[in-house]
Design a protein. Structure first.
Length: 256
């Protein structure tokens, strides 16, 4: 028994059924013989072994037959997918999650995050600090579609905080510190204020506040400047010996 197979043996997946068909080359003229086959019709991508397993004519045998099997393939094709991710304002949490979309690769999706524009980050965890980031989504390969990757940029904006200034008007010699109080911080964050520009003598001074601490880079200080005014200290004169008897002479008060 000698067989010949017809049909393509390397077919890109297209969602349609494909067939490889055997025929007998050495059939005696006038004879008829139907062939029973396995794995000769397929839709999904894969590597298949089509095989003739039975003959309808008892005068023929598969034993010692030629080309009774055929290896053929339906190959996976490129899938399509996309990912988006909305940014947010820093609040100490991973507030948003990626949104994957795919009609072809509907299985497992994994994510990896990296920093951009000077933000240093490289992790599978969603970032929580303020900065610019890129998420890479990997859509796992399926039976019919190859692995797909897509990226989306997003940002975590810095949170605005305000400083309340006090002690900006002083009198020379009192040595009162300029006081500041922050509002708008996320609970538990290590952030403080450092003030520069203060003087010691009577004058006006331009003060600048900056944020310090482990989480300072997550915030923007909105009112970071103020003016310190140190007023001159009043001088008090005490006059003594200002009472005298009139005796016709000139008298002088003594200043203490």
């Amino acid at each position: 028994m000698e067989l010949t197979w017809s049909g393509k043996t390397h077919i890109p997946y297209d969602g349609l059924e494909h067939t490889v068909t055997p025929s007998i080359d050495n059939l005696v003229q006038g004879d008829a013989c139907d062939l029973t086959c396995e794995a000769y019709q397929k839709v999904d991508a894969g590597t298949y072994i089509a095989e003739v397993i039975a003959l309808s004519n008892p005068n023929y045998t598969l034993e010692g037959g030629i080309n009774t099997t055929l290896e053929w393939q339906i190959t996976p094709i490129a899938g399509t997918a996309s990912v988006t991710m909305e940014g947010w304002t820093y609040d100490g949490t991973a507030k948003n999650s990626p949104v994957p979309v795919s009609e072809t690769n509907t299985g497992v999706v994994t994510y990896h995050y990296t920093g951009r524009n000077g933000t240093n980050y490289n992790s599978a965890d969603v970032p929580t600090d303020a900065g610019d980031y890129t998420v890479t989504a990997t859509f796992a390969a399926t039976t019919n579609y190859e692995e797909v990757k897509d990226q989306a940029d997003f940002a975590i904006a810095k949170k605005d905080v305000m400083v309340t200034w006090s002690g900006l008007t002083q009198v020379y010699g009192t040595s009162e510190p300029v006081r500041t109080m922050l509002s708008g911080l996320v609970s538990g964050d290590d952030v403080a204020v450092a003030v520069a520009g203060a003087g010691q003598t009577a004058d006006s001074y331009d003060l600048t506040a900056t944020l310090t601490g482990a989480q300072a880079s997550n915030y923007t200080l909105k009112n970071s400047t103020a003016t310190l005014t140190i007023q001159p200290k009043p001088v008090i004169f005490v006059v003594t010996d200002n009472v005298a008897e009139a005796d016709g002479s000139v008298k002088h008060a003594v200043e203490a």
